[in-house]
Design a protein around this ligand. Structure first.
Ligand SMILES: [Zn+2]
Length: 70
């Protein structure tokens, strides 16, 4: 299952209402939605974005520079 990109464009951070960056995994599937302002990554589970602060993963410094290469 893939996430509809138009849906993702409508999503904003539930905390700061700012834009989110979609992060894809090795299979080019949506895996996380990142808020750079809050340094949080919201998970995408089975194609469903989980926009809960309690579910978000704090980003560390390494995450800001990571790329698709693994
Ligand atoms: Zn935010």
């Amino acid at each position: 299952m893939t996430v509809d990109h138009r849906l993702l464009e409508l999503l904003v951070c539930p905390i700061c209402k700012g834009p989110l960056e979609l992060v894809r995994n090795e299979a080019s599937q949506a895996s996380e939605l990142v808020c750079a302002a809050d340094r949080l990554a919201f998970p995408v589970r089975d194609g469903i974005p989980v926009m809960l602060e309690s579910e978000a993963r704090p980003l560390d410094a390494a995450d800001t520079t990571r790329d698709a290469g693994a």
